[in-house]
Design a protein around this ligand. Structure first.
Ligand SMILES: Nc1ncnc2c1ncn2[C@@H]1O[C@H](COP(=O)(O)OP(=O)(O)OP(=O)(O)O)[C@@H](O)[C@H]1O
Length: 300
């Protein structure tokens, strides 16, 4: 399957610059997490990728070619505002959407029934969508994005409001689609989930991509953090060590930040000088911490 690329995509709403030239690519077979503060531009970028919104400039490419209206019908999209017909029954809705994307009636039924069962909606298949709980409506929305066997998946906050079981189901389906070679991009504010699931991550701030890469790549340049458990250490034991900043100093547990290139062995020696050392390990910052430092200053 080909890659999905956004190249210098820009969009204004009146005086508001929603996207100031955003570029990133979602590679075939990868799960790409799109994160940013409220109003950073995620929905705008995803709507432009889908073609429901026109960019002022820039290009969306699929497989290296500018994306056409025909190719866009191969995108599975889950909009943030959700877009189901409230009075239609779950099964009818999915069959209708599949047919709209070109599946025959029998293929549409087969695919709709498959996703209904896969997403745990079997008992609700003949219920009107409006009678479902919000979480179940969201499962139907995911089924709607998948029912035509899309070549690309673009999902706007698919995890918001889901219970833990539904989060697991959604995660498994997205991983499976990516493993089958489909580029999958989703936005989310649940950074622990993004960190756990995604191959790569893009962080957008005020309409600009400020970081793109795997969590390991994004955290590689962050200052190294060292956790030391030394029950006999007195408070302040590490304050005079070169290249070391004390982040927290609780009885028995100290968290230190080491400047890049600082040797940790003098720190270990200093810790051992206080008595036994039960723990001495480097910790990388979480995506949430990285996000806070990357987007600090906020958005609109
Ligand atoms: N239809 C619109 N008219 C005017 N301004 C808009 C419109 N849609 C979005 N904006 C503005 O464009 C900017 C980007 O909004 P967008 O919805 O893309 O952000 P987002 O990252 O998806 O936010 P959230 O996490 O809150 O969903 C914001 O400043 C928003 O107020």
């Amino acid at each position: 399957m080909p890659d999905l690329e956004l190249d210098q995509v820009a969009k204004r709403y009146g005086d508001t610059v929603a996207l100031a030239g955003v570029s990133f690519d979602v590679r075939a077979g990868e799960l790409f997490g799109f994160v940013g503060s409220n109003g950073a531009g995620k929905t705008t970028a995803m709507r432009i990728a889908l073609g429901v919104l026109a960019a002022d400039s820039g290009e969306v490419r699929f497989g290296g070619e500018p994306i056409t209206a025909r190719m866009r019908t191969r995108i599975g999209y889950m909009p943030e505002e959700r877009g189901l017909y409230p009075k239609m029954k779950v099964l009818d809705q999915l069959v209708y959407l599949a047919e709209l994307h070109g599946l025959s009636t029998s293929e549409a039924h087969r695919s709709a029934e498959n996703w209904i069962s896969r997403l745990g909606l079997g008992e609700r298949r003949l219920d009107e969508v409006q009678k479902l709980s919000l979480g179940n409506q969201q499962r139907v929305q995911l089924a709607a994005a998948l029912v035509h066997d899309p070549a690309v998946l673009v999902l706007d906050e698919p995890f918001s409001g889901l219970d833990p079981i539904a989060v697991d189901v959604m995660s498994a389906v997205l991983k499976e689609k990516a493993a089958s070679g489909v580029p999958v991009v989703f936005s989310s504010h649940q950074l622990d989930l993004v960190e756990r699931l995604c191959d790569r991550i893009g962080i957008i701030r005020s309409g600009r991509m400020v970081a793109t890469g795997s969590v390991d790549e994004l955290t590689a340049n962050a200052a190294s953090r060292l956790v030391v458990r030394a029950p006999g250490a007195e408070p302040g034991w590490a304050v005079d060590l070169d290249g070391v900043r004390v982040l927290s100093d609780e009885p028995g547990k100290t968290v230190l930040e080491l400047e890049p290139g600082t040797d940790d062995q003098p720190v270990l020696n200093a810790a051992l000088a206080t008595g036994p050392v039960h723990e001495f390990h480097h910790e990388r910052p979480s995506l949430t911490e990285l996000f806070r430092t990357t987007v600090s200053g906020g958005d609109r």
